[in-house]
Ligand binder design. Sequence first.
Ligand code: PLP
Length: 296
Amino acid sequence: MPKLVWFNGSVSPLESAQVPAADHAHLYGDGLFEGIRFYNSRIFKLDEHLRRLYDGMRFLGFQEPMSYDAMRQAVIDTCAQADLGDGYIRLNVTRGTGLGLDPRAVKTLPNVMIMINTLALYTPEQHEAGLDVVTTSWRVIQADSLDPRLKCIGRYAANIMAKREANMQNAGEGLMLNQQGYVAECTGDNIFIVRDGVLRTPHPSCGILQGITRDTVIELAKRAGIEVREEFLTIYDITSADEAFLTGTAAEVIPMRSLDGRILGSGSAGPMTKQLVAAFREEIKLGTPYLVGTTA
Ligand SMILES: Cc1ncc(COP(=O)(O)O)c(C=O)c1O
């Protein structure tokens, strides 16, 4: 069964999978998600994604639907059952099923969904040429309203509106600033720039999701002896960068060609971007392997 959904322990083909109508994320966005890639039957950064998910559950006061180890095994077994080789896992945990905003209306354990699918967010041509990005009018949600580390389903309404705005300008991505006007992130990925050989990216306190691909790239850069700075960046910093790129599980590591019509650097992927894309391509070989042929 190639594309499939594991929902609270039952497996169905993707096309016929169903979630309860009164699921609390369906009703109120009261849930968490992780997008995780697997490459060549190895799940990339599985534990980092699970840790973020379990931290989110604790923050939102969800009951634990299953132990960390059981969740980890369910993801591995479901991947093995799908046997897709390369693909994308959407792991969702919602508060559970119940009508009414009050969490006490939810009498069930959290609902857990493990979807095994494929996802090609950008074309090979876009990965080669780089993305044209526009600054959107949508600001990231303030950290004192909702901690940006929380990968909560409900917060994505703002990102979807920002993505629509970018789409209307035929841009590959939309940049979001924070309330102070500093650069935060794009709608589904983090941003990096290179200037004078230094790799720079917004500090987590700018209101970004602390992306797992971002952390990976920082680690790869440090390993290569590159100086990395997490700081407060403005649009001016982006437009005067020598190179820029975006990172995310779905987007992977992709060069950025322009911002608001201004070409960045040389207008094609720069040497440090290429070096980090190559290092990332090596790193994805080190994911958690799953054994094809076993069942979920
Ligand atoms: C708003 C936002 N920023 C950044 C990212 C990148 O995070 P990660 O590298 O963990 O996928 C994502 C990915 O889901 C995202 O939704």
